[in-house]
Design a protein around this ligand. Structure first.
Ligand SMILES: [Zn+2]
Length: 380
């Protein structure tokens, strides 16, 4: 396991590309963005695209904006309406377990002038999907990823709104295969490749006893349906300079709520992944046990690249934030899936990458006095 020489991203991150100097693609991408991109020209091009979709007389929506109630989505909606003069319809996929602050931020969106369509999967089916995600795929929020990326396409098709505006391109912002960087389009292939861990809805029907009739909210529209309306998805982050700090400051000024308890478990900042009880803590922790890094690493890397944090400070403090079992909402999670703490912890162990965490001579995971894993390769 090696770490980027400029930020603290490890090479265990899926799709992470390092160059011969040991610098990750996301750091290179940031440097490229500040030097070689003419943002004025990009914005102008964006306005030209928008003009083709604009509903001048206001009789209908002219773009769909997926919203979680998080900072990014609030910023996207605000920017599209008030900076680019569009008339958006917000689409919210209701998460596994909405937090109070997440609910407040969805209210905030309505307060600042947005209509929202909520898409909520039936609880019985959804819970079974969370079960599959947690026990089979090692990601408790697997159905949430699918819903977040599928619901906007379904609504776009059903409401006949051809344009979907996404926020940042995660591959662009966090680094990924160079091929997907210049291509700001999100489609089913992207969804399956980057969000679904290679497990498809059809696999649920084939392997896990699900029925198609219960999965309607999770089924991505067909190519023919999308073509019929001409649905196109664009990443706003491809057209305007994406600065997390600037965005959060602006949103807070307007009334967006950051987490009242400070950062969620495993995180460094207090404004990301606030909307779902599990997508923050437990989802991030499951990533940690598979890949050896958590949400604080992601967030600190962004701070380092933006010049707001030194690499030394990140190396020194990242362990204070991530790598601990996120106990806060675990009792809720156990109750939700109706499983015991022993089953829960055993499943975490099952998904823990032994190459990244210490084991004893019998191959059993070594844990500290709080039951947390010990990294074989601390950040250096
Ligand atoms: Zn880096």
């Amino acid at each position: 396991m090696i770490y980027c020489k400029k930020c603290i991203m490890p090479n265990t991150r899926p799709e992470q590309v390092f160059d011969e100097e040991g610098v990750c693609d996301a750091c290179r991408s940031t440097a490229r963005k500040s030097k070689h991109i003419d943002w004025e020209q990009r914005e102008e091009g964006f306005r030209e695209i928008l003009d083709r979709y604009r509903c001048e007389d206001g009789s209908w929506y002219d773009c769909v904006i997926p919203v979680s109630g998080g900072k990014n989505s609030c910023f996207q909606a605000y920017t599209m309406k008030y900076r680019f003069g569009m008339n958006p319809l917000c689409v919210n996929f209701v998460p596994c377990a909405l937090t109070d602050v997440g609910r407040k931020n969805l209210e905030f969106l309505r307060d600042i002038g947005f209509d929202i369509v909520h898409v909520a999967t039936d609880r019985k089916t959804y819970r079974e999907m969370v079960h599959v995600g947690f026990f089979k795929l090692g990601d408790c929020c697997w159905p949430e990823h699918i819903g977040i990326f599928t619901a906007p396409f379904r609504v776009a098709y059903q409401y006949r709104i051809p344009l979907i505006i996404w926020g940042e391109n995660p591959q662009f912002e966090y680094g990924g295969p160079a091929a997907s960087r210049g291509n700001p389009v999100l489609n089913q292939k992207w969804l399956e490749e980057f969000q679904m861990l290679g497990y498809r809805i059809s696999d649920l029907v084939k392997n896990d006893g699900f029925e198609w009739k219960d999965l309607k909210t999770m089924v991505y529209p067909t190519d023919e349906q999308l073509e019929e309306v001409g649905v196109t998805g664009l990443f706003l982050g491809h057209y305007i300079k994406w600065d997390q700090k600037e965005q959060i400051d602006k949103m807070v000024e307007l009334g967006f709520n950051v987490n009242p308890d400070g950062p969620i478990e495993g995180a460094y900042n207090n404004y990301e992944n606030l909307d779902c009880k599990w997508i923050g803590g437990l989802h991030d922790y499951m990533k940690y046990i598979k890949y050896g890094y958590g949400r604080a690493t992601d967030q600190m890397c962004i701070e380092i690249r933006a010049g707001r944090m030194s690499r030394e400070d990140a190396v020194r403090t990242v362990g204070d934030y991530e790598g601990k079992i996120p106990w806060k909402y675990i009792p809720d999670f156990l109750e939700y899936l109706n499983i015991s703490e022993e089953e829960f912890l055993a499943n975490l162990d099952r998904f823990t990458n032994r190459k990244l965490f210490l084991t004893d001579k019998d191959g059993r995971l070594v844990k500290d006095e709080n039951g947390n894993l010990i990294r074989r390769y601390p950040v250096v």
